[in-house]
Design a protein around this ligand. Structure first.
Ligand SMILES: Nc1ncnc2c1ncn2[C@@H]1O[C@H](COP(=O)(O)OP(=O)(O)O)[C@@H](O)[C@H]1O
Ligand SMILES: [Mg+2]
Length: 223
């Protein structure tokens, strides 16, 4: 049975789709057989994967499941039980103004939720409310693992003590690997590929970070 990894946050623009696609591509590279379920009507993953030519681009299959609406948890459950994939990523919509509670339903059946968050205090405070979603999901899904993913950090700068303290206060761990803001994430998406394919300096640094993160995620899943 595939492991279900949700990438979720109540906010939009925190890098859910960007990180889901790049991490999944790193999983493909490691032979970890990923599928990405695009649960957002914005269809970012499906569009991204359609940007490259034959034989190039993202090395995983993706499909939009947002039409499943309130049945999304049973559709996902069926999918992870019957599919040949080892890992299914669920790229969630922002849950804040979600009339169909796609994110909370996904958390009911997920093995792990990765929560991308920007390390600015205001962004972190609003994302910290997401912890309640996780606590609710754990009533039905007590084995749900969760971790923050600090995204759009400043390269070569350490995180402020204030942010580290705010993270610790949530009781949810953060991945050791942080992802700096790098232009190559936008370029890679425009080319229909991941940063793992980039050959310039920033791209190579991003590739190294994403590979380290993917390894860390696999270890966390197995812990
Ligand atoms: N580490 C990063 N460096 C640079 N740009 C990023 C990074 N992560 C995300 N972005 C950009 O931020 C914007 C929002 O990202 P997206 O993945 O669509 O967020 P979400 O899915 O949470 O709404 C996009 O323009 C994306 O290219
Ligand atoms: Mg998105």
């Amino acid at each position: 049975m595939a492991k279900l990894i949700a990438v979720a946050n109540q906010k939009g623009g925190v890098g859910k789709s960007t990180m889901a696609g790049n991490i999944a591509d790193a999983f493909a590279e490691m032979g970890e057989d990923p599928f990405v379920a695009d649960l957002d009507r914005q269809n970012t993953l499906v569009q991204w994967s359609s940007m490259a030519g034959e034989g190039e681009g993202l090395r995983f299959v993706t499909g939009n499941l947002s039409a499943a609406g309130r049945n999304v948890h049973s559709e996902l459950k069926k999918f992870v039980q019957s599919s040949k994939f080892k890992h299914v990523f669920a790229d969630c919509p922002p849950s804040v103004d979600d009339k169909t509670p796609i994110t909370s339903m996904t958390l009911m059946v997920a093995d792990l939720v990765i929560i991308p968050v920007s390390p600015s205090p205001a962004d972190f405070w609003s994302s910290a409310e997401f912890v309640q979603e996780i606590e609710k999901a754990r009533i039905h899904n007590p084995t749900l693992k969760a971790a923050w993913l600090l995204n759009k950090t400043e390269a070569n700068r350490t995180l402020s003590a204030g942010i580290l303290e705010a993270i610790a206060d949530t009781g949810i761990p953060a991945f050791k690997t942080v992802i700096p803001t790098r232009e190559c994430y936008k370029q890679a998406m425009a080319f229909g590929t991941s940063v793992l394919m980039m050959t310039d300096r920033g791209g190579k640094a991003a590739a190294k970070e994403v590979r380290a993160l993917a390894k860390e995620i696999l270890e966390f899943l197995e812990s």
